[in-house]
Design a protein around this ligand. Structure first.
Ligand SMILES: [Zn+2]
Length: 209
């Protein structure tokens, strides 16, 4: 979380990375989901006002990036950029991520074979995000076989939506694009029989092979 300067109305605000799904409270968005890992703006209204001094909690509002006005957007992006390092492409252009996110890859009706992490070339950071995503899938499916991360490959990827399923959401197609793509790291998934005995407490390990 990064605290920003007070806005011109005297409200406090900070840039926060969502740990779970939140919903934008901006009137333009009508409750669009802010997914885990995405950044949002948390405004705390009237910090010094009578309302708060009387013991009432301050009024807090969560806003997605799309709901910010230009001056606030500039400060928001600068704060996010300071948290998520830029990566320079081979052609010299600079890629600045807005978020780091993981997408499972594989046949539509079968277990995923890989995880694509977009937004970073930091392997350790990407591995954590990839492991969380594989684990989320595993918990959701209730499989016995357990996903462990294998080899990784650092790359540049463009992401296109190829189809949309009302339950599973979008299916993506990734294309190698060194000129305009996002910094990405792809991890293979190995499905192993030895699932942890206590799924809730066993962290998913990434194992180099
Ligand atoms: Zn919004």
């Amino acid at each position: 979380m990064i605290k920003l300067e007070r806005d011109r109305y005297g409200n406090d605000g900070s840039v926060v990375r969502a740990r779970t799904t939140h919903y934008c409270e901006g009137y333009r968005c009508n409750q669009r989901a802010i997914n885990a890992g995405e950044f949002y703006y948390r405004a705390v209204a009237f910090p010094g006002s009578e309302v708060v001094e009387k013991g009432n909690p301050p009024w807090v509002m969560k806003l997605c990036r799309d709901c910010l006005n230009d001056p606030m957007l500039e400060r928001f992006d600068a704060a996010v950029a300071s948290l998520l390092p830029s990566v320079t492409r081979d052609n010299g252009t600079v890629y600045t991520p807005r978020t780091i996110r993981a997408v499972l890859i594989g046949p539509e009706d079968d277990a995923p074979e890989a995880v694509m992490v977009l937004g970073t070339h930091d392997v350790d950071r990407a591995r954590t995000v990839a492991a969380e995503e594989a684990r989320r899938y595993w918990l959701e499916m209730g499989d016995n076989d357990y996903p462990r991360l294998g080899d990784h490959k650092t790359t540049w990827m463009r992401r296109d939506i190829v189809s949309f399923d009302s339950i599973d959401g979008p299916y993506y197609n990734f294309t190698l694009d060194r000129e305009h793509g996002a910094a990405a790291i792809e991890f293979t998934i190995r499905w192993e029989i030895d699932a942890p005995s206590d799924p809730a407490e066993t962290p998913l390990e990434g194992i180099e092979s």
